[in-house]
Write a protein that binds this ligand. Structure first.
Ligand SMILES: Nc1nc2c(c(=O)[nH]1)N[C@H]1C(S)=C(S)[C@@H](COP(=O)(O)O)O[C@H]1N2
Ligand SMILES: [Mo]
Length: 217
């Protein structure tokens, strides 16, 4: 078995075995069961696509008035913002005060104009990873399509040229190497969601594991 196949198997087993919560909520900014770190660990499937910005495109498709396919210059021409937020990985590390730069997700959504029946999105990565969110979560004002962190272009290992950052959900919703955003009517569980991870992934509610764990029906 390849290393990443073992990794996926181990993480899937974790979801099946351990829905236990970690006791009372931590005070302050570190959610329950999390430990603060000061480095920036790399967490992914081990397939790290190396995409030159010149070859990168971002597609927006599905239930939208205008499907889009933006190249790098078109993406850079969109309204830019800086955003400071905390990052929480379900493997229990939290990094506070990440300083991201990029395009607010709501700007891109507005450009595409989702149809009224579009209620969910799938985020597609260049490594064929997927994650799902309600459209409303993508419209949150702290959600960023980030191309830089701490003033430096995102490295390939952290998801460059562009990744999503969704601070209010565990890190697995923050798709790296973002390739496409798809609007649809009904929810479609993503890569980890079908492997036992919680559909909603709120770190403050410790929504780590879903239906395969003990916490959910
Ligand atoms: N495309 C893609 N995005 C991904 C992943 C992945 O495997 N592929 N892993 C997720 C997980 S589990 C986490 S915690 C964060 C980690 O981001 P980092 O490696 O920049 O710390 O990326 C998320 N986004
Ligand atoms: Mo993660």
């Amino acid at each position: 078995m390849t290393d990443w196949a073992k990794f996926i198997q181990a993480k899937t087993a974790l979801a099946a075995n351990g829905a236990a919560s970690s006791g009372p909520p931590a005070a302050g900014r570190v959610p329950p069961g999390q430990k603060q770190v000061n480095d920036f660990p790399v967490l992914d499937l081990g397939i790290r696509p190396d995409i030159d910005a010149r070859d990168w495109t971002l597609r927006v498709f599905g239930l939208a008035e205008s499907e889009l396919c933006l190249d790098w210059p078109e993406f850079q021409a969109l309204p830019q913002a800086g955003m400071t937020s905390d990052f929480h990985c379900v493997t229990r590390w939290s990094r506070l005060d990440m300083d991201w730069q990029g395009v607010p997700a709501r700007e891109l959504v507005a450009l595409a104009g989702p149809l009224p029946e579009a209620r969910f999105v799938t985020l597609h990565g260049y490594d064929d990873y997927t994650a799902n969110l309600p459209l409303s979560a993508l419209l949150d004002d702290d959600v960023l399509l980030a191309h830089s962190v701490f003033g430096q272009p995102l490295s390939a290992e952290h998801g460059g040229p562009v990744r999503l950052v969704v601070p209010k959900r565990y890190g697995w919703k923050s798709a790296k190497w973002l390739k496409a955003i798809e609007f649809h009517q009904t929810d479609r569980p993503g890569f980890w969601e079908v492997r036992g991870y919680h559909n909603d992934a709120d770190p403050w509610a410790e929504q780590r594991f879903g239906h395969l764990g003990k916490g959910e029906p």
